[in-house]
Write a protein that binds this ligand. Structure first.
Ligand SMILES: CC(=O)N[C@H]1[C@@H](OP(=O)(O)O)O[C@H](CO)[C@@H](O)[C@@H]1O
Length: 408
């Protein structure tokens, strides 16, 4: 993009200020900021002007999950279907790993965090070990797509190569980067992180499929005949990936999405809840859950919205392709964003000072015609590492890993 074109785009969105220091930049920095301006979707910035409308939901009603007793009664049958589907090469896994270990006190990609005590055991390693169990069970390799971001792509690739992909077959591992979105102040003006750099952050986990497309991953999906994608988060070290029973249950129920869920352990647990919205499957994220929904009871007196998602979804590729062109809802999140003050000095704020714009994978569920919430045993499959200590932490995950026979 030329300087003229950049100015034109910026003027359209009232963002001319980001070129304030352009005259002081080196040729390389000039190229860098023009590229960034070209790549940034600025139309989304308008969203903060009508912020109140964004989180509006339709009519929410409960959605029953397939519960443990039903799953147990059909385990063999579901598993056989799942194994068969994996053997036919129709299932791949997608690891969402664009994030950093910042909250764990690390500057590395989150997956590089070592949870071991007497030996090294990295988050990536735990996940690959879990997937390898299915590879051995099915006696077939499963393609693993790894989504990184600008912030951690090179480090992630180097780390996994150095460790020989923890025993995974290199030809079956594919990396792609998620897109970045600009961060703004409360007036919707993009912050500068440096004189020649807009402040950006990964655009949320909802962009994963578009990013796969933009990075040529769908060619692999099509050439290999992959029909199902199991998307999962980097932070849950216990989850089963490409779980044959889950795959079989989703297929046998004729659903185009499966979503692993746990029974919530408290009404205010920080997990998205499965529900119907205007009669279609949907998820209300925890920070948008109203008190009314949180405390609603069913006719048996049980919590009506009792199933929380663990961020492990199985999507049918064909249906993902149908919704690809549809606009995803935007979520505006208040964050602490490092920026340059009026004098061009860098500031690291202590309190939130602006917005980041994200689309969320859970909104894709509502775009789909059917979804099977599939219950899993919390202590066997849900050990998310969000913090260093306390709830959902390195400490709590270690306890659960040991309980499940993993040597730390
Ligand atoms: C946008 C998104 O996918 N949010 C997920 C994700 O939330 P966090 O904010 O990363 O804790 O993980 C939760 C499970 O650990 C899940 O319940 C929730 O819905």
């Amino acid at each position: 993009m030329t300087l003229e074109q950049a100015k034109e785009k910026l003027a359209k969105y009232g963002q001319e200020h980001v070129l304030k220091y352009y005259g002081e930049l080196t040729e390389e920095e000039k190229r860098g900021i023009l590229d960034q301006i070209e790549a940034t979707d600025m139309s989304i910035l308008e969203a903060c002007k009508h912020k109140e409308d964004l989180a509006k939901k339709g009519v929410i009603t409960p959605l029953a999950a397939m519960q443990l007793d039903e799953i147990e009664a059909n385990r063999e049958n579901f598993t056989a279907t799942g194994i068969e589907t994996i053997r036919q090469g129709k299932v791949a896994a997608v690891l969402l790993a664009g994030g950093m270990g910042t909250r764990l006190g690390s500057d590395n990609p989150k997956g590089m965090y070592n949870v071991g005590l007497t030996h090294e055991l990295y988050i990536f390693e735990c996940l690959i070990n879990n997937l390898l169990e299915v590879v051995h069970q099915a006696d077939a390799w499963i393609h693993l797509f790894v989504m990184t971001s600008d912030k951690n792509n090179d480090a992630t690739i180097a780390f996994l190569q150095e460790h020989d992909y923890f025993g995974y077959k290199a030809e079956y591992v594919h990396f792609f980067k998620q897109e970045m979105a600009a961060a703004t102040d409360y007036e919707g003006k993009i912050y500068l992180e440096e004189k020649g750099k807009l402040s950006t952050s990964p655009n949320g986990n909802g962009g994963w499929f578009i990013s796969m497309k933009n990075n040529g991953m769908l060619d692999i999906v099509h050439n290999e005949g992959i029909e199902w994608l199991n998307v999962f988060a980097v932070d849950n070290v216990l989850q089963r990936i490409a779980d044959p029973c889950f795959i079989g249950a989703t297929i046998q129920r004729g659903c185009v999405v499966g979503s692993k869920v746990v029974r919530k352990n408290a009404p205010d647990e920080k997990v998205g809840v499965m529900c119907l919205e205007d009669g279609r499957p949907s998820i209300v994220e925890y920070y948008e859950l109203t008190d009314e929904l949180m405390n609603a009871k069913d006719e048996k007196g049980e919590p009506a919205y009792n199933y929380g998602v663990i961020l492990n979804y199985l999507f049918k590729v064909q249906d993902l392709e149908k919704i690809m062109e549809e606009k995803m809802p935007l979520h505006i999140v208040e964050k602490k964003i490092p920026y340059l003050d009026e004098n061009g000095e860098p500031v690291k704020p202590e309190t939130p000072n602006g917005y980041k714009f994200e689309s969320l994978v859970l909104d894709m569920i509502h775009q789909m015609d059917s979804c099977l919430p599939f219950e899993v045993v919390r202590r066997k499959e849900f050990a998310p590492i969000k913090n260093k200590t306390g709830v959902d932490s390195v400490e709590s995950a270690r306890e659960l890993l040991v309980e499940n026979g993993v040597v730390l």
